[in-house]
Design a protein around this ligand. Structure first.
Ligand SMILES: Nc1ncnc2c1ncn2[C@@H]1O[C@H](COP(=O)(O)OP(=O)(O)OP(=O)(O)O)[C@@H](O)[C@H]1O
Length: 258
């Protein structure tokens, strides 16, 4: 059953008398529990689309529904967890205390559902941070901080995670390692994820669907189903099928440069 439905969505930004057409006629549908990557040239509207789904940016035309709710309605029901480029951690709090932040916020909002929460230590172990639970966030490397951000989002109780280039500030080796940890944690939780990336490799490794977008005004160039078996291990990157998908995405991006 369709969970996230984006119909004929267009978005214009108006600033100082200038109008930028950021998105044009976007139509997409995703089922619950799908890992979706958005890939496309810089400025094609990937972040804007993520923010629209998350109820942070209004649309000018079209409609977005999340399980029948408007993005604003879904946001009020705490359906979204955000993982931005750099994780918003409190530096003087420990890793474990940072894991509690979404629940503190929810409690302030009078929300009691936080009591059925997952064990934050187990979540931290699943991203390789079991030994750093009591470290201060400021003592962690950038990659470790981002792993806390990911574990926190998976433990937040939100069914939809919106990840906007979460690995972009990391070096290549850290980035590769974290992508496997994200793969593992997602495969054991199967939340609906919208993941913005510039990496073809990450898109194929992680996703069930890759949305290739064309340059501004952003339009959907192609939606590619990644039918690689799960659970996926590092070896899958050596498979012919993996390379085939990477080439297909690259060709689709190039097609739009012409
Ligand atoms: N708040 C805003 N006000 C005005 N223009 C905006 C605003 N947000 C985005 N834009 C414009 O909309 C277009 C799409 O921006 P967006 O950040 O969504 O692209 P993107 O694909 O995520 O880019 P990148 O890959 O570089 O992060 C760009 O031309 C951008 O300048």
């Amino acid at each position: 059953m369709t969970y996230i439905k984006i119909q004929q969505v267009s978005k214009f930004f108006k600033r100082r008398g200038q109008v930028t057409e950021a998105l044009r006629d976007i139509n997409l549908e995703f089922q619950q529990g799908t890992f979706v990557s958005l890939i496309g040239p810089s400025g094609c509207g990937k972040s804007t689309l993520l923010r629209i789904v998350g109820g942070l940016t209004e649309i000018d035309q079209g409609e977005v529904t999340i399980g029948g709710l408007s993005p604003g309605g879904a946001q009020r029901q705490k359906q979204f967890g955000f993982v931005p480029q750099s994780p918003a951690l409190f530096p003087w709090r420990t890793v474990l205390e940072n894991m509690n932040v979404p629940f503190e916020v929810n409690r302030k909002g009078g929300d009691a559902e936080s009591e059925n929460r997952e064990d934050p230590i187990e979540l931290l172990q699943s991203v390789g941070l079991g030994d750093f639970v009591h470290s201060y966030a400021k003592e962690l490397s950038g990659g470790m901080q981002q792993r806390v951000g990911i574990a926190r989002a998976f433990g937040s109780g939100a069914p939809i995670l919106l990840m906007d280039e979460p690995f972009s500030a990391l070096d290549e080796i850290t980035r590769e390692r974290i992508s496997y940890q994200l793969l593992d944690i997602w495969e054991s939780h199967q939340k609906t994820v919208l993941f913005v990336t510039h990496s073809l490799r990450e898109a194929v490794l992680l996703s069930d669907k890759v949305v290739v977008m064309s340059a501004r005004p952003g339009q959907v160039a192609k939606v590619i189903d990644i039918n690689l078996p799960r659970p996926r291990q590092a070896e899958i990157e050596d498979s012919e099928q993996f390379h085939y998908y990477v080439s297909e995405i690259r060709a689709s991006l190039r097609e739009r440069w012409k």
